[in-house]
Write a protein that binds this ligand. Structure first.
Ligand SMILES: [Fe+2]
Length: 257
């Protein structure tokens, strides 16, 4: 894939630096303020149009050639479902080009750190570095959960008509109660407003995923919502030995085993 697009890590880095340097200074401040308030912010056009198109294409190609259906219900997140097709990290590392470039990019991570207001590190757990996920059938959903690490950058490669759901839904400012995930989920859904966001293809959002309960709502019809998920850690995550990986191990059991 990388050869096809003619993209190397160096050329990707240079193009992205140039592109991000064109963002006006007040735009960084606006994004940082929105992120601090909401725990999520839509970043719009983080890549120049040709690289955005290449990301979208690569995600779809990987999905169609190396994707695998996942159908699990996870007790660790309150018995919520994961029903989707996805491509595991190792297949992306082997067959992808621009997605690994994005993950390893210092320019991208530096920009995200400005928005987040703290240092971001590449996630120290390989299976979570990058994943491609697609809701593809009516009822497919990425059920309610928190992530193991603090930040996810989610790139939307394909999105259905806004009438067909598959929206990002979230409740900010909460922390995963691993002792009673189902009780916590019921209580939060009963007492807090659920917010939601539609994200158009070729754009992305940053989320504080350890302090934001989130899901992608069930797809209403047969079509596709495809996303690339990149995971980053903060300083605290790197020191936190309570982080475990049961969710990832359950979803990607065939690959991780
Ligand atoms: Fe997540």
């Amino acid at each position: 894939m990388s050869a096809e697009h003619g993209i190397t890590r160096e050329s990707f880095e240079e193009r992205v630096r140039e592109h991000l340097a064109g963002f006006p200074g007040h735009e960084h401040e606006r994004l940082a303020a929105a992120f601090a308030r909401e725990g999520i912010v839509h970043l719009g056009k983080l890549l120049p149009p040709d690289l955005a198109a290449a990301m979208n294409e690569e995600a779809v190609w990987l999905l169609e050639n190396h994707g695998r259906r996942r159908e699990v219900v996870l007790p660790t997140t309150g018995n919520t479902p994961r029903s989707y097709r996805s491509v595991a990290r190792d297949s992306i590392a082997r067959w992808g080009g621009i997605i690994p470039c994005f993950f390893h990019s210092e320019a991208i991570r530096g920009f995200l750190a400005e928005v987040a207001g703290e240092r971001l590190h590449k996630v120290p757990y390989e299976p979570e570095e990058f994943i491609v996920n697609a809701l593809e059938a009516a009822g497919d959903t990425h059920g309610w959960h928190f992530d193991d690490y603090s930040y996810a950058l989610v790139w939307v490669a394909e999105a259905p008509d806004p009438m067909l759901d598959a929206r990002v839904e979230y409740i900010p400012g909460v922390r995963w109660n691993k002792e009673d995930p189902e009780g916590q989920l019921k209580e939060l859904l009963a007492t807090r407003p659920v917010r939601s966001l539609y994200v158009e293809p070729g754009t992305c959002y940053l989320m504080q995923t350890r302090k934001t309960l989130h899901r992608v709502s069930p797809l209403a019809d047969h079509c596709r919502r495809t996303a690339v998920i990149f995971t980053y850690a903060n300083d605290h995550d790197l020191r936190d030995d309570s982080i475990t990986h049961e969710t990832m191990e359950a979803i990607y059991e065939p690959e991780i085993a």
